[in-house]
Write a protein that binds this ligand. Structure first.
Ligand code: ADP
Length: 588
């Protein structure tokens, strides 16, 4: 079990220190005391044994005068306050202060007792032994009794060690008591000290918890200058630092977010397990998804495109940047340039950043440009080939044929005019498409302008009836020349594609913020399938007919451009065989 509280840990360590130090004290004190006491007893016994030995009448010992020896031992035993035993050289007990004469006679031979044995060998013997008679530890000291150079017997003194035990017992009890006392004091003082240490730590902990949650409002206020005070200061400094760093990171985050959100390119970040981590608004639009519904979901689950998933996989596997062009069919027909950039963490790719660039428009423009060049070349080639052919014919001798040569020249002129028209229209169109067009807007009476245009067509009208229904006061702020071009092109078409005895009506509709001008004819009309493409460059329903009528296929394109430059828009309603209604809106 782990102890969690410092208070308990401190108190326990105090107790441990006290126990260890008391243990040492008790052990050495106990040991020394016991030894000292024993030593003291021993030396007093040695003194006593000498004194008693000196008083013994050796002859009586040699004679083994039991009566004498018995009373001697009892008298001196009393005086010395110890047990006195006299033993002959064979180990037989002759007298014992603690035993009666009869009992002494029955005592077993003592020659084998270690202290007696030592004394019989001429040394002073001593031993501590448990006395089975007295049921107590006894200290035995034995000394040989010498006479005329020979050992005549052994004098032995014995003293119970109960005194030593008693004294030791008292001391041990005192030590134990003071141990308990010290433990009690240690517990109380230890808890008090611990509480003193814990108070500031608790304070630090409480405020640090706020730090951990990202709340750096409060500082740790501690008055002490010790290590804990220093710790508090370090934590305060750290919190301040962190707060600044977090603010910095947040700012950077916001900036990056703003950059990501404002990017036209779609951005998707996928982790190594193919989960979507983040994406920007452009990516939402491209794939028709939302951030909320895509986050933390598998890439394929959200964007069902195996090709993109394959790109991510390869980028993550190889840890290398990949760029690929993809044709998307779903949710929209689009062309994307997909850049997959692996993001490394500890040198291994942990995520993949996808930058999705919608290049549909660029590709479309490219195709349009290519088509345009092809169309222009083709349009130029036809009249040029004819001109070349007729000139060659003329040079080959047709020039002499007066009648035909004139006709040939007329055809050449026709084709040259066609070329001229084409180049003029192309120049107009390229100027309108260039960014440098500046509209010269002025208040213009639309009725007068359309009348002027209609008048210019009078010679070509044959039997087509014109109805100019525009009101006399219809005025708009427009670029007069350009709108004149619009009316010219539309009326020209209305005449060209009209039928015998047809009609052309020019009307207007007054709408809240714009004016709608309608040019309606009773001509051949336009097939439904061609209507959506009619304003495209060089698009013609019947190419041969248009060419024959001197058309270039650029008229409606020019109309569309001019109207759009005026912030308006164009349109057509038509029924094949019944006529067409071309209209355009101009803001008021
Ligand atoms: P073009 O020089 O051939 O007239 P435009 O761009 O003006 O070129 O017109 C493109 C094509 O649109 C024409 O070739 C014709 O097929 C069709 N178109 C234009 N105006 C009319 C109309 N009023 N009635 C029927 N078809 C028309």
């Amino acid at each position: 079990m782990k102890i969690k509280s410092i208070k308990i840990k401190l108190a326990l360590s105090y107790i441990l220190i006290i126990l260890i130090s008391f243990g040492f004290v008790a052990y050495f004190l106990d040991k020394n005391l016991e030894e000292n006491l024993l030593q003291e007893i021993k030396s007093s016994l040695l003194k006593d044994i000498d004194l008693i030995g000196n008083q013994l009448i050796i002859e009586n010992l040699i004679k083994e005068d039991i009566i004498y020896l018995d009373s001697f031992s009892k008298q001196l035993g009393q005086k010395a306050n110890s047990r006195v035993t006299i033993i002959n050289t064979q180990g037989k007990v002759l007298a014992d202060s603690d035993e009666s004469l009869e009992a002494t006679a029955k005592l077993e031979n003592h020659a084998s007792r270690p202290e007696v044995k030592a004394a019989l060998d001429g040394e002073i013997g001593e031993e501590i032994r448990y006395s089975t008679t007295l049921k107590i530890d006894m200290l035995y000291i034995a000394k040989p009794i010498m006479y005329q150079g020979a050992t005549r017997g052994v004098l032995r003194l014995a003293l119970p060690l109960s005194n030593v035990k008693n004294t030791l017992g008292i001391i041990r009890r005192t030590i134990l008591l003071s141990l308990f006392f010290a433990l009690g004091v240690a517990l109380v003082l230890g808890s008090m000290f611990a509480a003193g240490i814990i108070r500031p730590i608790n304070k630090i902990m409480n405020i640090s918890r706020n730090f951990a949650k990202g709340d750096f409002k409060h500082e740790i206020l501690l008055a002490s200058n010790d290590e804990i005070g220093e710790l508090a200061q370090i934590l305060n400094a750290m919190a301040k630092n962190l707060e600044e760093k977090i603010a910095q990171v947040q700012l950077q985050n916001q900036q990056s977010k703003a950059i990501l959100e404002s990017m036209i390119e779609g951005i998707v970040v996928v982790d190594s397990s193919n989960k979507i981590i983040s994406l920007n608004s452009s990516a939402e639009k491209i794939f028709s998804i939302t951030k909320e519904s895509s986050k933390d979901k598998n890439f394929l689950e959200v964007i069902r495109n195996n090709d993109i998933e394959e790109i991510i996989k390869t980028a993550l596997q190889n840890g290398k940047f990949i760029s690929k062009e993809l044709y998307l069919v779903w949710p929209l027909k689009k062309v994307f340039e997909i850049n997959a950039i692996p993001i490394f963490e500890n040198k291994t790719p942990s995520a993949c950043l996808l930058v999705i660039h919608d290049i549909t428009e660029a590709r479309k423009l490219e195709t349009v440009r290519k088509d345009f060049v092809a169309n222009v070349s083709h349009e130029l080639k036809t009249p040029l080939t004819s001109i070349k052919g007729f000139i060659e014919t003329l040079l080959d001798g047709a020039l002499e044929d007066k009648v035909n040569s004139r006709n040939f020249l007329k055809v050449i002129q026709e084709h040259a005019n066609r070329l001229d028209n084409l180049v003029n229209d192309l120049l107009k169109l390229s100027y309108l498409e260039s960014k440098e067009v500046i509209l010269q807007k002025e208040d213009t009476n639309i009725r007068n302008l359309s009348k002027q245009v209609l008048d210019s067509f009078k010679s070509q009208l044959k039997n087509i009836k014109l109805n100019n229904e525009l009101p006399a006061n219809l005025s708009l702020k427009i670029d007069k020349n350009k709108i004149e071009q619009v009316l010219t092109n539309l009326i020209d078409n209305a005449i060209k594609f009209n039928r015998e005895k047809g009609t052309i009506n020019i009307r207007h509709e007054d709408l809240p913020d714009k004016i709608k001008i309608v040019i309606e004819d009773s001509g051949i009309g336009i097939p439904v399938k061609d209507i959506p493409r009619i304003f495209e460059r060089f698009y013609r329903v019947d190419k041969a007919r248009s060419s024959q009528l001197g058309g270039t296929g650029l008229g409606l394109s020019i109309v569309k451009h001019i109207i759009e430059l005026h912030d308006g828009n164009v349109g057509v309603e038509s029924t094949e065989g019944f006529g067409s209604k071309f209209f355009f809106y101009l803001p008021k």
